[in-house]
Design a binder for this molecule. Sequence first.
Ligand SMILES: Cc1cc2nc3c(=O)[nH]c(=O)nc-3n(C[C@H](O)[C@H](O)[C@H](O)COP(=O)(O)O)c2cc1C
Length: 363
Amino acid sequence: MGNSFGKLFNISSWGESHGGGIGVTIDGCPPRLPLCESDIQKELDRRRPGQSKITTPRDESDQVEILSGIFDGLTLGTPIAMLVRNKDARPQAYDEMKEKFRPSHADFTYQSKYGHRNHEGGGRSSARETIARVAAGAVAKKILSFKKVEVRAYVERIHDLLVPNGLDFPCLDAVEASPTRCPHPKTASEMEARILEAKKAGDSVGGSILCRVRGLPVGWGAPVFDRLEADLAKSMLGLPATKGFEVGSGFEGTFLKGSEHNDLFESREGKVRTSSNRSGGVQGGISNGEELYFRTAFKPTATVLQKQQTVNQEGQETELMGRGRHDPCVLPRAVPIVEAMTALVLLDHAMRHYAQCESFDFS
Ligand SMILES: Cc1cc2nc3c(=O)[nH]c(=O)nc-3n(C[C@H](O)[C@H](O)[C@H](O)COP(=O)(O)O)c2cc1C
């Protein structure tokens, strides 16, 4: 339950951190799309552990195998199944966590709900599951690129270090230039030092990721329950370690009056445009043709390499020393995951829009 996402472009994710591997099945992918493993691998390489000294040292190459749905380099329109095998699992590092609950992790709630859990690497609650989302998101991204829709996420804030306002839409190379995935070089080097400082202290830091989408046409989004921003919020808050979501002016916008906050319409080059974009590219739950942008907050990594108070499965108070290989900050690796989920939401809405509004001619 709860492992499938999307209505027309539907994905089902499976696998645990220290099990055989992680996989995804996509149902509803359009046929005749040119697709090969390298389209998927390039996105998985951005997510994989062991990329730099500010991410977890777990050494996984995360090589994808496509098992079905493609023939002669083109999608068949049949289910696409993809698999990434786990190679560098070290379950013994988690022995203590079999009995003791990690503070602010999923151990207590999984145990209470299911009465049985795989404690190795956090089992299903591990961010390793997001391999499934990134692999499926790579397919969605490729389809969106034919519509000239470009999804770009980057780290905007780590702890209290924030990029300056008003950055241009960055190219992918600018985001990938720093291991932090912050495209502003000065802030990026300060962020890197802050993450290393936390790592040295056996601690962790959080922050926020800004996601921007350009090239969106007017009309994607399905009110009332499937507003575009509602589905984006669900996709973001469905990621591990997320604690907040805001679109457009978000919480800051509430400090303005309506007359200050409104995006005024104007006619530009024969198109209806807005002179500002506090709406964040979405009005009434439907894209309005402006840049879509939203922020997602990620908490500091729960597993810290320090002794903390907790309770064991028998309900007795005890202490737990965090062990294993962990990200001192999850944000750099979360960037491709945010992009993947955004692409999945947008493609699903594109397909729904074309199915409902552009398929029939009643004249
Ligand atoms: C890219 C990424 C990497 C993560 N790495 C770790 C990690 O190394 N250690 C850890 O304790 N949590 C890590 N997390 C977060 C946990 O998976 C998450 O906190 C846990 O499942 C509990 O869920 P919750 O924080 O949403 O309540 C990571 C999250 C993401 C998005």
